[in-house]
Design a binder for this molecule. Structure first.
Ligand SMILES: Cc1ncc(COP(=O)(O)O)c(C=O)c1O
Length: 392
């Protein structure tokens, strides 16, 4: 597919859709039209039009993600979604309680867990996820790290540094059966996998947050936080809002509190339905888009490994354990740090993250509709030029 439908710079090779997404031009046009409407008549927009528009966008986006709109709130980012969920769960924590996460959790969210522990006297417990990934071993590692003191579990649906799809369908039910409150950081899941938030909530997830700006290709600063029905009433925005007064807003108190935490540009939220439509049109439907991107992620991985002279020993995960991203283990020449390599690649026209993991650096490849497999061969040549090889 041509890059022309996207706002991305054609002089750059974009292999990092996962971090910051990328918008089709049609999505930016839709967002521009909403912003123009807002700026043309701010009072009419905010006082009269905005809430019905937001409610309509909520019904559409929640429906796409399998979530109950009654328990669905727009938030600015997945980081904010995790913070909001953890703030609500903090109220029940006692010194000595345990907060469980994995060694592949997103740094900002791990930091929030550490802050919660410092504020409450709880401890963070990390379940190690080994590479190459083994789903059974991951389930076992979480089980081993769970104790009678585990109160909260923060689990990624798709891990950020390693692009692994955690087997939540096996991890969540036993944790929920023990009364553990489960926060799923699904930043990468919407649009990358066939997400059904309702199924996960029914299985015991307390909060699920995910981004709209990544694989759904919505504008930046739109994400969602779904609270399980019994958690929604106990969930408040990080910034106290008008909705804390019972006289403000409608009967859904989660919406009343979460929707308006001060004047903000809600354009990104309101344009998410346009993003869902745009990708469906460009990719021949969402099912076809996900299938094509998954196959391409596997092909990019295979081609990069082959071009660098590697083989099956460099595969870090089975096809079923990844979505539309893949990581490959690298060995960098002495003196070249992962971040320095990433910056050098940026200077040379490559957008591709080089991840600094304790076990060694990884390159993470993303596959969306504008990517093609030849990009892996070109990246292999570029990496070779920096003296980078595959890890032994
Ligand atoms: C697992 C995970 N959580 C959270 C985030 C942060 O998303 P945001 O910047 O929208 O808060 C990311 C971003 O890559 C992520 O991969």
């Amino acid at each position: 597919m041509s890059l022309a439908a996207w706002a991305l710079d054609p002089a750059v090779t974009h292999l990092n859709h996962g971090s910051f997404g990328g918008c089709p031009r049609a999505v930016l046009s839709a967002a521009d039209a909403i912003r123009a409407r807002l700026e043309a008549s701010p009072m009419r927009f905010f006082v009269r039009d905005w809430q019905p528009l937001l409610d309509a966008a909520r019904v559409r986006v929640a429906g796409f993600l399998g979530a109950d709109p009654a328990c669905f709130a727009f938030v600015a980012s997945a980081t904010a979604g995790v913070a909001t969920a953890l703030a609500a769960l903090a109220l029940d924590l006692q010194p000595g309680d345990e907060l469980l996460t994995t060694s592949h959790a997103y740094r900002a969210c791990k930091n929030q867990l550490a802050r919660l522990a410092a504020a409450t006297g709880a401890h963070v417990v990390i379940a190690p996820i080994a590479l190459p990934f083994d789903a059974d071993a991951c389930v076992a590692a979480v089980a081993v790290a769970t104790t009678a003191r585990t109160r909260v579990a923060l689990l990624d649906h798709i891990t950020s540094p390693t692009a692994l799809r955690l087997p939540l369908e096996r991890i969540v039910p036993p944790l929920a059966a023990r009364g553990v409150k489960i926060v799923v950081d699904g930043a990468h899941a919407p649009g990358q996998i066939d997400l059904d938030v309702g199924v996960l909530v029914a299985a015991g997830v307390t909060y699920y947050t995910g981004n709209h700006h990544k694989w759904l290709c919505g504008p930046k600063a739109s994400a969602f936080l779904v609270a399980a029905p019994d958690a929604a009433a106990r969930t408040h925005p990080l910034v106290t809002s008008h909705g804390a007064s019972a006289t403000y807003g409608g009967p859904n108190r989660y919406h009343a509190e979460m929707d308006w935490s001060g004047t903000h540009d809600a354009t990104a939220h309101l344009a998410v339905p346009a993003a869902i439509d745009a990708i469906a049109e460009l990719g021949g439907g969402w099912r076809a888009t996900r299938a094509r991107n998954h196959a391409l992620a596997l092909e990019l991985r295979f081609r990069l490994i082959s071009a660098l002279g590697g083989g099956a020993q460099h595969l870090l995960a089975a096809p079923a354990d990844i979505g539309t991203m893949a990581t490959i283990p690298l060995a960098l020449p002495t003196g070249l740090a992962p971040l320095a390599l990433e910056h050098q690649l940026l200077d040379a026209g490559w957008e591709v993250p080089i991840i600094d993991m304790p076990g060694g650096p990884l390159v993470r490849l993303s596959a969306h509709l504008y990517n093609h497999a030849d990009q892996a061969d070109a990246l292999a040549r570029a990496l070779h030029g920096y003296g980078v090889r595959l890890a032994d």
